[in-house]
Design a protein around this ligand. Sequence first.
Ligand code: PMV
Length: 356
Amino acid sequence: MPSVTVKEIHASVPAKVILFGEHFVVYGTRALAAAINCRLTVGVSGREKSGYHVKIENIPTFGLELDLEEQRGGKALTYKDFSSATRAIAYVKAAIEYLQEQYGLGREGAEIEITSEIPLSAGLGSSAATCVATIAALRAYFGIEGDMNKIQKDAHAVEKLVQGAASPIDTAISTYGGYVLVERNEVKRLRLPELDLMVGCIGSIPLSMDSTKATELSLKTKTLVAGVRERKELFSGIFDPLFDAVDELTAQAIRAIEEGDSARLGALMNINHGLLDAIGVVPRRLSELVKVSQELGALGAKVTGAGGTDDMGGIGSVLVLPGESGARIKAAMEIAGALAMDVKTGGEGLKIEPGY
Ligand code: PMV
């Protein structure tokens, strides 16, 4: 086991938006994602006692504190506050166990502190961000050598362990930042100009929700991906051409971004949204955000990420190319109960900073 070389490590990673091709990408078609200027940081520092202690702060809607060793001892978990925190903890715990298994990560343990600006369960990559930053910070803290590629692969393995299935798109964008194209499960980094977009986010999981339901919702992506698979098998002759259409759509969108053709880019977002609706991942509340944005003059609007369903509360996010109508769209989204955020694409990927 490598020796501890620094007292403290901070690893920070960006949130992501999927611009084109979510869901379809699970079956190998092209998808384009971008980092946005909203980050999650994992700090790892020394601890008097053995074992790992995790503290999560500043995640929109909740804060939480949990001692993983207590959990192992069979004692009740001590939550300061509780909602979808179970999700973040599931990824942190899986990351520690994965590193213990793969690299013999020490029993000496550490303090792990997570701070985040990324809303949870909203399709903005909070799970992948947690995986990448936790893996990167722990690897650096315990002196496990390896490049960004290795960190991304470890983080993707952890995401799959927790979720069952996941394309590499989220962990790739958290690690590398910028833009990432995923094609037949291969990750390619692209250099494209920055875009000014708006994200509208419906609900994080309400604090009043009971823990079983919150855990269920926190694995929403898994449920939605399974639903698409079911419908794809049932209606394969109808779904197959939709997959070809999204593949072509993503290719055309990349050209539109390269050429700075916003009108074409917006139109392609609208088409992508229609196709997501066709495969059953657009709940009423997200549909309304898209329609209102389009009506108020957005060049394009679509669901981004896994989407949602009405019986899961319509939680999820939309992505808008607002054109000149940003202020009006933002106000309308807020009236509709959404969190509206102006975002810039193409930000920096994983940053690791040691402290001595
Ligand atoms: O978890 P989300 O909301 O970022 O969605 C992930 C994107 C999917 O294409 C739906 C699933 C995947 O693994 O690519």
